[in-house]
Design a protein around this ligand. Structure first.
Ligand code: MN
Ligand code: MN
Length: 225
C-alpha cells in the first residue's frame, strides 16, 4: 500500500519485507530456510537498487553506504539462497540491506547465519525474521538510517509439512538483539533474549499464526542450546 510508505509490504519469491521509505531500508525481512534453497551457486555480489519500489521513492543505491564505515548488511543472507543465480542475486537488492558495522555483520551476525544453516544440515527448517531497531544517525545524505541494534528471531522445526500446525510449546525459538557497535564479541549466544523482548522493542507480534497459548510459551523463554 503506497499510502503507508514506512510499512510497505514487498513480497519476493525469496523473502518478504516491510520497507520504510524514510529509513531507506527494511523494518523487517522474513524468509524460510530449508534444503530447497541451498545449492552451489556462488555469491553474485550484484548489489543494486530495488527498482520495484513505488515511483517517486528514493531508491537506495549500491554505492550509498560507501565511505560510511558500515557494511551493506544482508538480512536474508546470500548464503541462504544458493539454489539458483536468480535466487542468490535477489538477496543483493538494497531493500534487503541494513547498515551494519563490520564487527556486527562479519562477526556475531555471520556466526548466527552460519549456525542457522548448520541447523538445516541437521534436518531442520527455519522461519527467520530480522531487522534493525533504534536510530543512531543517517548516512547517504539522509537517505539511509543506521539502527542502534540488529535483531533476529528464528523458529526451528524438524523438516516436514503443515509447519504452523507443528509448532508446539516444545518448539525451539532463538532470538537475539545485538548492538550495531564496533566493540562487540562474536558469540551470538551471548546476545540471546526472549522473542517477547524483541516484540517489546520493535512493537511487532511475531508468530501470530500460532495460537496465543503456544506463543506465550515459545516467546517467553530464552534459548539455552
Ligand atoms: Mn551479513
Ligand atoms: Mn507473538
Amino acid at each position: 500500500n503506497v499510502t503507508q510508505p514506512n510499512n510497505y509490504l514487498m513480497e519476493k519469491p525469496q523473502y518478504s519485507l516491510s520497507y520504510s521509505r524514510d529509513n531507506g531500508g527494511p523494518n523487517w525481512v522474513s524468509w524460510h530456510l530449508d534444503p530447497s534453497w541451498l545449492g552451489s551457486t556462488p555469491r553474485q555480489d550484484d548489489f543494486r537498487a530495488d527498482t520495484t519500489l513505488p515511483a517517486g521513492w528514493y531508491q537506495v543505491q549500491a554505492t550509498d553506504y560507501s565511505g560510511s564505515g558500515f557494511d551493506r548488511g544482508h538480512m536474508c543472507p546470500s548464503a541462504d539462497r544458493t539454489i539458483t543465480v536468480a535466487a542468490n542475486s535477489a538477496t543483493f537488492l538494497m531493500t534487503n540491506m541494513i547498515p551494519q558495522l563490520p564487527a556486527n555483520n562479519q562477526g556475531v551476525w555471520a556466526n548466527l547465519e552460519s549456525y542457522s544453516r548448520t541447523l538445516v544440515s541437521q534436518g531442520n527448517e527455519l522461519y527467520i525474521i530480522s531487522g534493525g531497531q533504534g536510530l543512531r544517525f543517517f548516512i547517504a545524505n539522509g537517505h539511509v538510517a543506521v539502527p542502534a541494534q540488529t535483531w533476529k528471531v528464528i523458529v526451528v522445526l524438524p523438516t516436514g509439512s503443515n509447519d504452523v500446525s507443528r509448532v508446539t510449546t516444545a518448539t525451539r525459538t532463538i532470538a537475539v538483539v545485538i548492538p550495531n557497535s564496533g566493540t562487540i564479541n562474536s558469540d551470538w549466544r551471548s546476545y540471546r533474549v526472549s522473542v517477547d523482548q524483541v516484540e517489546a522493542i520493535t512493537g511487532f507480534d511475531f508468530f501470530s499464526n500460532v495460537s496465543s497459548g503456544i506463543q506465550a510459551v515459545i516467546e517467553g523463554r530464552v534459548d539455552n542450546q
